[in-house]
Design a binder for this molecule. Structure first.
Ligand SMILES: C[S@@+](CC[C@H](N)C(=O)[O-])C[C@H]1O[C@@H](n2cnc3c(N)ncnc32)[C@H](O)[C@@H]1O
Length: 198
């Protein structure tokens, strides 16, 4: 088994052990989740979550905004099966690289999933999201230089880009950074109450 397959197996094909392993690999995992939810610019009605995994972000999003309707997309069948067993409903098996579920979306959110796309893949995703979403929030591992590296990365599987590049590509801003983690937010069409506040 190649290192990339091993990593996929560890993090992506075994939802039962994912939570423990990701927290060992990314000590600021819970803070990243919190900061990502904090960055949501307005109470969203319809949300598309990319790479929902064990639905950690999904649950936190619903805790903060109980009226939200969330559609989840993930490319790992085991994650989709497990999350459905746990009661999550609108979950789709699919890849971010392919056409996304039909919007429009108040918010597209992705935690620790966009770094699986290379730079061209990210730019393409951001371009497609922008036509369908009022806001985009990403919390992810980024390229912050070798001194900042905490998360273990697998060549050919993890492709972190810098936070600044991603902010530029999606037309957004970096709202939080620590070690090799960042939260990036883009608001394309603010809701009325948010327009007043900005
Ligand atoms: C590191 S996990 C993050 C899971 C969750 N968002 C979290 O914060 O814990 C990455 C998730 O993204 C999914 N994923 C990876 N590449 C993907 C792609 N190209 N399209 C859709 N989902 C993908 C994986 O199956 C996995 O569930």
């Amino acid at each position: 088994m190649s290192p990339a397959d091993e990593q996929r197996g560890q993090f992506h094909f075994t939802p039962d052990t994912y939570a423990e392993m990701i927290r060992a690999d990314i000590p600021l995992y819970d803070e990243l989740q919190r900061r990502t939810i904090d960055a949501i610019p307005f109470a969203p009605d319809r949300v598309l979550e990319l790479g929902f995994g064990t639905a950690e972000t999904t649950q936190r999003l619903l805790d903060r905004f109980p009226q939200t309707r969330i559609t989840g997309l993930d490319s790992t069948p085991e994650m989709v099966f497990k999350a459905r067993q746990l009661g999550w409903e609108d979950l789709r098996l699919g890849r971010m690289e392919d056409p996304l579920p039909d919007g429009p979306w108040d918010l597209v959110i992705a935690v620790l999933s966009v770094h699986h796309l290379d730079a061209d893949g990210k730019r393409d995703l951001f371009r497609r999201v922008r036509t369908e979403a009022r806001a985009l929030v990403i919390g992810d591992v980024v390229d912050a230089g070798p001194e900042a590296r905490v998360a273990s990365l697998t060549e050919g599987f993890d492709f972190p880009s810098s936070a600044a590049d991603q902010a530029e590509w999606c037309g957004g801003e970096v709202v939080w950074e620590a070690d090799d983690l960042a939260v990036i937010r883009a608001v394309y069409d603010a809701q009325p109450e948010e327009r007043g506040a900005r």
